[in-house]
Design a protein around this ligand. Structure first.
Ligand code: URA
Length: 278
């Protein structure tokens, strides 16, 4: 009979093949294997779990599904050099993210979440950092905020597979807090490499954290959203984070106006506006 690890490997490899840009690291596979003898209690079915810093979340113990570093079969690596740049392709970025121990977030993550999508996408979305669902799956925007993002992408007449989705930090901040400045700065080279490799025609920044760390702008999202900005010659549209929109329904109208500006940039005519995507 095929063993557990082999089965998982096959499933994850098929998944990676189905979704361009998805990475399944060797470390993930090993962590899954290591976690087998002591299966974790069911993960909390908290929809909001996927929304980093969307609202204050009371402290709770680290999820028991996290493989303790001490029991990990992967030996602790020596201190790491700066992120090597330039990187040849997205696979190299994913591999380096999976190896990264440059900030404390690696110690509490279940999986790195480098990003996913078409590595030659015309449109790129950048959020803040993985939440609980993303941490478990190793994929960006797969929780409730991700479901709204999917609707926003579809309303813009794109398919999720044809855009690229990434975050400022690639590992989940504990309890979904916002990334600390040192964590964001340590992680930024990965995102910069991703942008350089994808070379999107437009970047949509989701929320203040993305604007703050990528563009070094201090304005709040309410002030800065809806205005074309620029990153390395690429037009950038800041808008509300979908987790915020889930809590502030009335802000969807403004977010939709922002996204329509992006659509027009691609020559797409927005449908006669009746209501924002829900
Ligand atoms: N929020 C983010 O900013 N990124 C994710 O990947 C998920 C939720």
């Amino acid at each position: 009979m095929t063993d557990f690890f082999t089965q998982l490997t096959e499933i994850l490899e098929k998944e990676a093949a189905r979704r361009p840009g998805t990475c399944v690291s060797e470390e993930t596979l090993r962590a899954l294997q290591a976690s087998r003898p002591a299966p974790a209690p069911a993960a909390p079915a908290r929809g909001e779990d996927a929304m980093p810093s969307a609202r204050p979340v009371p402290p709770r113990p680290a999820p028991s599904a996290v493989v303790p570093r001490t029991s990990s079969p992967v030996p602790a690596p020596p201190p790491q050099d700066p992120v090597p740049r330039p990187m040849p392709d997205m696979e190299a970025v994913c591999a380096e993210v999976a190896r990264c121990r440059r900030c404390p977030l690696h110690a509490t993550r279940l999986n790195p979440v480098p990003g996913e999508g078409d590595p030659h996408a015309r449109l790129m979305f950048i959020g803040e950092g993985p939440g609980g669902d993303e941490d478990r799956q190793g994929r960006p925007f797969v929780g409730p905020a991700g479901q709204l993002l999917d609707k926003m992408i579809a309303a813009m007449q794109f398919r999720r597979e044809e855009v690229y989705i990434a975050n400022i930090v690639k590992c989940r901040p504990p309890r979904n807090r916002a990334p600390m400045p040192e964590e964001a700065e340590m992680c930024l080279p990965f995102l910069q490499e991703q942008i350089r490799l994808v070379r999107p025609e437009v970047i949509v920044l989701l929320g203040a954290t993305a604007v703050h760390y990528l563009l070094k702008r201090q304005e709040g999202i309410m002030r800065i959203r809806g205005r074309w900005l620029e990153y390395g010659g690429i037009p950038v549209m800041p808008t509300y984070h979908p987790a915020f929109l889930l809590r502030q329904e009335q802000a969807k109208r403004d977010a939709w106006e922002d996204l329509k500006q992006v659509m027009r940039r691609f020559g797409k005519e927005p449908p006669a506006p009746r209501r924002a995507p829900r």
